[in-house]
Design a protein around this ligand. Structure first.
Ligand SMILES: [Fe+2]
Length: 372
């Protein structure tokens, strides 16, 4: 692995510390490598880095409205893919009826985020009740199905290159940002044993992005017990206890929840804002040029964003600086807490935008930073 250049240079007017006590009438922009982990510089600008007045060309900030993706589909494999590359695939799936087939994904782990609804997941490892706000991790090769109690809407992330794991917790210790004791695993309970049957079931196996149908003369979800640490489990965002500082705006990387190869999944959950007069209280402007950034807005008031509602997806490809909308930037002193819940996916490799995503795009999103 190459070593970065070390260039500890200070030029002109600067702040002594990042994100605090900015020189008067300036806007700070962080230029960083390796997400927020590598080398970085802080530049102090006279104008807001998002002050563009025009934008031509396809490489621009994007926003997609999942509410406009109306139809529910019988299986995940029929649901629209929004963004994808060789390392990940992002879908939005509405599952309204009990599945009549079992699913198996040979192409990677699946991470479901339950945006709405509740129900039951049945899989090789047993029965797992799921609800709004759950992440549900399904290891590659697991056979499973869903029985919604109320219509489920799900953000689904496939990790194609490597299984999902946890980030290094470093100084915070192993019980931050959630204690693994809160994870809920599938269980061989009465509901699971009740669905054992000698009736014919089919498994729809997706592998190499091709569908295969495997027929069994019985229900292959017939486990009577298991032991080990590969399983299907759920983590609800309400069990995440975020890290924050009253004097320093922490970077998004402290909200990392899952890690795979070439991308991370972060969760923004309700938290107090910084109290110190000199500390930034909104995300700092940044050029995160080694990553494409995706945010799915789940619930609450997304105070750093104008005109963004729950159920929307924003996509900030690398190559431009971004940050809070002007209204939020100037109103930051009026807020003491945020109740937003959002899922962020940061991808090292460029993501491709599908036709499905483009069909529900807000084409004026690039102009949403303009001051009114
Ligand atoms: Fe960003």
């Amino acid at each position: 692995m190459q070593r970065p250049f070390r260039f500890p240079h200070v030029e002109g007017q600067v702040s002594r510390q990042a994100h605090c006590d900015l020189p008067e009438h300036t806007f700070e922009r962080e230029v960083s490598r390796d997400g927020f982990f590598g080398s970085a510089s802080h530049l102090y600008h006279r104008h807001m880095p998002t002050g563009w007045s025009g934008w031509d060309g396809p490489h621009r900030p994007r926003a997609f409205n999942t509410h406009a993706l109306k139809q529910a589909t019988p299986t995940l494999w029929d649901s629209p893919i929004l963004l994808e590359n060789a390392a990940l695939q992002l879908r939005f799936w509405q599952c309204h009826k009990p599945m009549e087939h079992l699913l198996r994904n040979g192409d990677g782990d699946l991470l479901l985020f339950v945006h709405g609804g509740s129900g039951a997941l049945f899989c090789d490892y047993g029965h797992l009740p799921i609800m709004e706000g759950d992440y549900v991790l399904i290891p590659r090769g697991t056979t499973w199905r869903l029985e919604p109690a109320s219509p489920l809407s799900l953000l689904v992330i496939q990790a194609t290159r490597q299984w999902f794991g946890l980030p290094d917790k470093g100084l915070l210790g192993q019980h931050a940002i959630f204690d693994e004791g809160v994870l809920r695993s599938a269980r061989v309970d009465a509901a699971y044993l009740d669905q054992h049957s000698e009736e014919r079931w089919q498994v729809l196996l997706k592998a190499r992005d091709q569908l295969n149908t495997i027929t069994y003369p019985y229900n292959p979800l017939d486990t009577i017990g298991w032991k080990g640490d590969v399983t299907v489990f759920a983590l609800n965002w309400r069990d995440i206890r975020p890290v924050m500082s009253h004097r320093y705006h922490l970077p998004p990387s402290v909200h990392t929840t899952f890690l795979s190869q070439e991308f991370v999944v972060c969760t923004f959950v309700p938290r107090p804002l910084e109290q110190d007069d000199g500390a930034l209280k909104v995300p700092f402007f940044h050029s995160n040029d080694d990553y494409d950034e995706v945010i799915f807005y789940h619930s609450g008031n997304f105070f750093s964003r104008d005109n963004i509602d729950a159920g929307m997806v924003t996509f900030h490809p690398c190559g431009f600086s971004h940050g809070p909308h002007p209204k939020a930037y100037y109103a930051q002193g009026n807020h003491h807490a945020t109740d937003e819940v959002a899922v962020m996916i940061d991808s090292q490799q460029p993501l491709n935008i599908t036709q499905s995503a483009q069909s529900v795009e807000n084409l004026n999103y690039w102009a949403s930073w303009q001051q009114k």
